[in-house]
Write a protein that binds this ligand. Structure first.
Ligand code: HEC
Length: 280
């Protein structure tokens, strides 16, 4: 990434961290008596953040990567079929996860991009899975590619189908995994996300089986996370929640994560997607 872009991202991030500390100060007096005020303050902070989202920089880098000949085949991703036909990116995100006949699988957007990288560009699945998520010192190409692709569905409604039996099956599997209690704490996703109004510290936990909450949570990803200085995808979000649940980390792009994303997406159907989000 050119250093100018990194500098711009850093300056945006510094501004946001400053805004965050103001909000914390605003929020503190209310914590003891009125948590609703705190939530309002956090909402205001989210609005302030939304004006200046470094996700745009990932979107630009993703668009460049999309068009660049790469991999052992030295071709671009421009002929990748994201479900609406080869080369069509616009609107593809809000129609995923979906069943892809050529792959014989239900795939979310990230899995499908990875599939195109393997089948068109000649990357190996192992190479892609090695470092899918970025860190302070490493910028992930996948996170940029996903950001670019989802940005091309801005303003469109989530419209995920379960018409194919494989899609219905993925939805049912996701629903079951959501309710499955296991691991050292005997937690399920539903333990934290299966009721209205749950909270860990100051973070509201969305009730993910409810269409309204699921819609709001679903369109919140991918997101630029100010606290991590990173763009994060839905695959990352679910992986991290498996960690919070004290489950072993799932394999990258595993069928169970795709099934959970299918479950969430169908619950979120009809919600308008407004592009990559920004989070604390
Ligand atoms: C131990 C509690 C816990 C468990 C179990 C858990 N999560 Fe979460 N989840 C959280 C917390 C905390 C957040 C972050 C909330 C925030 O930052 O606003 C979160 C956020 C999310 C979000 C994003 C919500 C948003 O509005 O941005 C999704 C989606 C999600 N979890 C899905 C899952 C799934 C699927 C599972 C099961 C694999 C799961 N979670 C298990 C605690 C949990």
């Amino acid at each position: 990434m050119p250093s100018r872009t990194i500098e711009r991202e850093q300056s945006m991030r510094n501004k946001m961290l400053a805004a965050a500390s103001i909000v914390v100060l605003l929020a503190l007096p209310f914590v003891a008596n009125a948590q609703d005020k705190t939530i309002q303050a956090i909402e205001r902070y989210r609005e302030m953040l939304a004006d200046d989202n470094p996700a745009e920089l990932y979107e630009l880098r993703g668009a460049e990567l999309w068009r660049k000949p790469r991999g052992s085949q030295q071709v671009s991703l421009e002929q990748c079929d994201l479900g609406l036909g080869a080369g069509i990116v616009k609107g593809a995100y809000v129609r995923t996860p979906r069943y892809f006949v050529d792959a014989g699988k239900v795939m979310d957007i990230e899995s499908r991009i990875a599939w195109c990288m393997v089948t068109l560009q000649g990357f190996t699945a192992g190479e892609i899975a090695k470092r899918p998520f970025g860190s302070e010192t490493y910028k992930s190409d996948m996170e940029a590619l996903v950001t670019y692709v989802v940005s091309q569905s801005k303003g469109m409604k989530i419209d995920v189908s379960t018409a194919q039996p494989q899609e219905q099956h993925a939805y049912d599997m996701g629903k079951q995994i959501f309710a499955l209690r296991s691991g050292s704490y005997d937690f399920a996703c539903a333990t934290c996300h299966g009721d209205r109004g749950k909270r860990i510290r100051l973070q509201e936990l969305p009730y993910l089986s409810d269409p309204k909450d699921a819609g709001r949570a679903y369109i919140g990803w991918p997101a630029y996370r100010v606290s991590q200085g990173e763009m994060r995808t839905m695959q990352w979000r679910i992986n991290d929640c498996f960690r919070q649940q004290r489950f072993p980390e799932p394999q990258y792009l595993s069928d169970s994560v795709n099934a959970l994303i299918m479950f969430l997406a169908v619950n979120a159907n009809g919600t308008v997607y407004n592009g990559p989000a920004i989070k604390r």
